[in-house]
Design a protein around this ligand. Sequence first.
Ligand code: NAD
Ligand code: UDP
Length: 337
Amino acid sequence: MRVLLTGGAGYIGSHTALVLLERGHEVVVLDDFSNSSREAARRVAELSGREVPVIEADLADRAAATAALDGVDFDAVIHFAGLKSVGESVAEPTRYYRVNIDSTLTLLDLMRERGVTNLVFSSSATVYGDPQYVPQDEAHRTGVGLTNPYGWSKFMIEQIIRDTFTSWPELGAVVLRYFNPVGAHPSGRIGEDPTGIPNNLMPFIAQVAVGKRERLSVFGDAYPTVDGTGVRDYIHVMDLAEGHVAALERIAPGVKTYNLGSGTGSSVLEVVRAFEEASGCPVPYTVVPPRPGDVAEVVANPSKANAELDWSTTRSLAESCRDSWAWQSANPDGYRA
Ligand code: NAD
Ligand code: UDP
């Protein structure tokens, strides 16, 4: 297939581009580089030995995106483009809704105009909100207890995709609900390159280990979990990338929804210890009060993806830490060398 990757220069998009190329597919990256760099696409080309055409455009700007894609052929889209910082979304809700929702509306109209029927969308376990039970399967209720516009935008886009299918039954869409993506390509050439202070746990830990930040703040140690710290399902980004390829290769008319997670939870302190072991560097931390909106435990039940996509995770938390360290230690300033 020839696959358009919106947001394809970003963290998950760049790893997915590489796996697609290695499987013999062709890719086209569309990105506005608001949270990424051209260098990521260049390194994907270098690692794969294949061409990675890049189109610079803001997908939320319908006229600009339509013009930029004029004459560009593709028969499937993986839609990664969007803003993803939970805290920022609380401070700037209109910007988050505009970018995330408008980008999707533009994309769906463009696909329909051109008769491109295959779509994979990056959703998030955040749509499950306040967990009723753990591990969460796809039947878990969504849209209750969401605490930020980022999460709501994912919830709304899932609904927009289902409504679009109702009016356009040729559409084949796969909604992938990611748990916590971590790690990097084992070469250490591509990885997660957050601008400013990382919001997420593993990139923060990596920056403490490499000496860019002094210590980790652990957000709460009185949750009802194994050691009192928050538990999440960390999934290696290469496993996640392979999940996209599995979904794309099985796409058919309809809307399917899958959890992409490992099914195993790890606490904050377990991640700290695993990272110390992988890097050989100490990760000092201080326990501080819980972060507002955080929940105790989020873990995937990935059975549906395991069965229907013939996909499961194969990489451990130790490998995620090792690969994250390979990336961080070789690229302490990310792509801004
Ligand atoms: P990322 O920020 O690295 O990648 C997103 C890419 O989209 C970036 O390259 C950015 O420049 C681009 N982009 C943003 N707005 C754009 C626009 N208007 N037009 C064109 N390009 C635009 O993030 P990521 O971690 O790779 O996440 C990819 C997708 O997965 C996002 O939709 C995100 O919400 C979703 N997701 C991520 C996580 C996570 O923890 N990383 C978890 C669940 C879901
Ligand atoms: N966390 C933490 N310190 C940090 C960042 C995160 O203790 O600097 C905790 C957070 O409370 C949660 C886990 O690490 O229990 C994962 O947080 P992250 O922001 O990476 O993912 P999410 O909250 O979206 O699952």
